[in-house]
Structures are given as structure tokens and as C-alpha cells.
Ligand binder design. Structure first.
Ligand code: HEM
Length: 160
């Protein structure tokens, strides 16, 4: 048994599943539900969870990406030179680009969520809320699509 590959794959898949699941759950369930409950509840919940969300999502994304790079160089029969140069390399390359875009986009959504959290505490900043909410809704939906693309391309890579 190749222990190194097995450990890397478990780390990569566990962290990736957490990252992708959290991104889809936030965009499809939590974020729309929270908006519909009113400013006061939204503010309370954001204060309770938004820093934790950022911490766990950033950590899982870093582990996924780092283990993913290690897997590219260590998966038997494959290498970095193959990225975008074979069926496997193209699938992994698309997943890699989608993951990096999702990583930076989720940082941007997190920064806007932090601004919204602060704006909700100040009554005279109501006008600023809408543009922030629009950025969060659009950003988190694109983010969810990107992580789904990443999971799909990774899962298909061996068979294309
Ligand atoms: C949201 C992000 C990601 C998710 C959810 C994800 C998920 C997965 C899954 C489920 C597999 C197992 C596929 C299989 O064995 O059939 C896999 C394999 C792999 N992933 Fe990812 N991945 C992500 C990002 C990345 C990134 C950023 C890289 C590169 C830096 C990467 C590189 C790889 C490699 C090289 C494999 C091994 C493919 C093989 O064994 O043929 N992944 N990934």
C-alpha cells in the first residue's frame, strides 16, 4: 500500500468535501434564509458564525489545495507537465483553476459579509446594506458553482 498517497487522498477529499459542501449550503440554504428573517436576527447570527465560517472554510480550502498539488506530483503515472495536456490533466487543471477562483471569491464574499455584519449594527447605514447583500448573494452563488465544477472534474479525471 502507498501510505503517502492514501493519506493525501483522504486529507484532500475530506477537506474538499467540507469546503464544497459548506459553499453550496451557504449559498443555497443559509444565506437566503437568513436574509428573510430580518435585520436583527441576521445581525445576531452573522456575529455568531461569520468569523467561524471564514476560519473553517479558509482552513479546508488551504488543505484541499495543498494536498491537491501534492497529489498532482505523486499520483502514479501523472505529473504537473500533464496539466491541460491530456484528458486527466485537463480535468484536474479545470478543477484547479475553479478551486483557486473559488478560494479568492470566498475571501471577497467573507470581507463583504464582515462589512454587512458591521453595517447591520449601525442604524444610519441602511442604504449601504443592499449593495453589500447583492455582492454576497452573487459571489456566494458563483462560488458554489465553482466548487461543484471542481468536484465534478476531480471525480471524472480518471475516466476522461
Ligand atoms: C473544491 C475543491 C476540490 C474538491 C472538492 C476536490 C475533490 C476531489 C475528489 C473527490 C477526488 C477523488 C477523485 C477520484 O479518485 O476519482 C480528487 C482527486 C484529486 N484532486 Fe481534487 N478536489 C478539489 C480541488 C483540487 C485542487 C485545487 C487540486 C490541485 C491543486 C486537486 C487535485 C487533485 C488530484 C491530483 C486528484 C487525484 C486524481 C486521481 O487520482 O486521478 N483537487 N479531488
Amino acid at each position: 500500500m502507498d501510505t503517502e498517497i492514501v493519506v493525501l487522498r483522504i486529507l484532500h477529499i475530506l477537506a474538499g468535501v467540507f469546503w464544497a459542501g459548506a459553499a453550496v449550503y451557504l449559498a443555497l440554504v443559509l444565506e437566503p434564509k437568513l436574509r428573510s428573517l430580518g435585520d436583527e436576527i441576521e445581525s445576531e447570527v452573522l456575529r455568531a458564525i461569520s468569523k467561524l465560517n471564514s476560519l473553517w472554510i479558509t482552513l479546508s480550502a488551504i488543505i484541499t489545495i495543498a494536498a491537491g498539488f501534492a497529489l498532482i506530483s505523486r499520483t502514479p503515472g501523472h505529473s504537473f507537465g500533464e496539466l491541460f495536456d491530456s484528458g486527466w490533466g485537463t480535468a484536474i487543471g479545470i478543477g484547479l483553476v475553479a478551486s483557486l477562483l473559488a478560494f479568492f471569491l470566498s475571501g471577497w464574499v467573507g470581507a463583504n459579509t464582515a462589512k454587512l455584519r458591521r453595517a447591520l449594527l449601525e442604524p444610519d447605514t441602511m442604504a449601504a446594506l443592499q449593495p453589500l447583500r447583492t455582492r454576497i448573494v452573487i459571489g456566494s452563488r458563483i462560488n458554489a458553482v465553482l466548487v461543484v465544477v471542481a468536484v465534478g472534474t476531480m471525480a471524472a479525471a480518471r475516466f476522461v
